[in-house]
Design a protein around this ligand. Sequence first.
Ligand SMILES: O=C(O)Cc1cc(O)ccc1O
Ligand SMILES: [Fe+2]
Length: 446
Amino acid sequence: MSGFASPRAQAEATTSPGYLSGFGNGFETEALPGALPVGRNSPQRCAYGLYAEQLSGSPFTAPRAANQRSWLYRIRPSVRHWGRFEKIDAGWWRTAPCTEVEPPIAPMRWDPIPIPEAKLSFIDGVHSITTAGDAAMQSGMAAHVYLVTRSMQDEAFSNADGEMLFVLQQGGMRFVTEFGVIDAAPAEIVVIPRGVKLRVELRDGPARGYLCETYGSPFTLPERGPIGANCLANPRDFLTPVAAYEDRETPCRLVVKWGGTLWRTDLDHSPFDVVAWHGNYVPYKYDLRRFSPVGPLLFDHADPSIFTTLTAPSEIPGTANVDLVIFPERWMVAEDTFRPPWYHVNIMSEFMGLVFGQYDAKPHGFVPGGFSLHNCMLPHGPDAAAFAAASEAELKPHKLADTLAFMFETRFPQRLTQYAAALPGLQQDYLACWSGLRRHFTPGRR
Ligand SMILES: O=C(O)Cc1cc(O)ccc1O
Ligand SMILES: [Fe+2]
């Protein structure tokens, strides 16, 4: 899987100018001709007086399929972006273990959080809803809602605690990273690996969306098994930015999340100073509408794992630290089948959000920007209205159109944050959506 590309070939090979296509490739890209050493990583002197630096996203000795690192050729090594740090208030950002609230033994659902008037950068705008596992054990995750009303300016952020997966719901955002620039819009996801510096800017007004922070291994593509070599999320639809750098000797504030604490230092230059890089430890974006769903063609409702877009595996096979599962537009064709999700009690815990449209199991009450939590072993399923409609529906082929929901599904029970427990949009009557599910049992009649 070589991503070799000269600057000219890059432009020809990518679907969009400014991006390299593929997942897990050994990419290479340079913003100045000849900035990348040829055939070696650490020449005695790098071109243009750059420093060479390796960024290791996996242990050196990780098996080939999981081995991730990139080589960065930059104006200063990262250690020169490191100053005297002081702790700053983490706002509503929480890190596992976070035991401030005892998790309620109930399915829960929230209305969308309104975007406030106050000026919130991405760093101030992370509002944690759940945390799971333990960041210091490099295991578990957190589900957040971000509310961003101002661009970061002369500021940079990096997260040592985990990889960040953004699901954009409202408002486009520009992610300026050490590897280059990613522009993303609602229905796209953006993944920023652990330790990669970024600056988040708004593109068209305030933004709201979801953020999964995964403390364990990075997200990767799931195996396709008997599905074969195509469909689901196809590697070529993942886009990584080409190198772009700032040569700016002006003040910049760097905030690093490390051990659940936000640390701040002041630099006298921009840390986005990577002129060229190569490797497979990279940020990327993906348009969820490119996902090619595969599903039941004759009868029954398959497990939602058929819609796994990315998986962050744990040490236990098939038991993800966290999966990103999506519920995209698709045709429903199964005969003699209750087509919406079945009723369910699950060892994995399910955080769900809605990017746009309606979700078939919950036609009302679960709205774009809202979210729900169906924790470990807590029963849930279609609400009474969805059950009634699906039980009576004429089973013609039917398109679930204009819809995009998703789930962060983790092996760990999710703890609720104080912030989420106190949100005015927490639906106190969520259980009532199932109260219309009356008994229909008639032992005398089949
Ligand atoms: O709505 C949910 O809870 C998610 C979900 C979807 C599905 O199709 C089957 C099971 C399941 O948990
Ligand atoms: Fe479920």
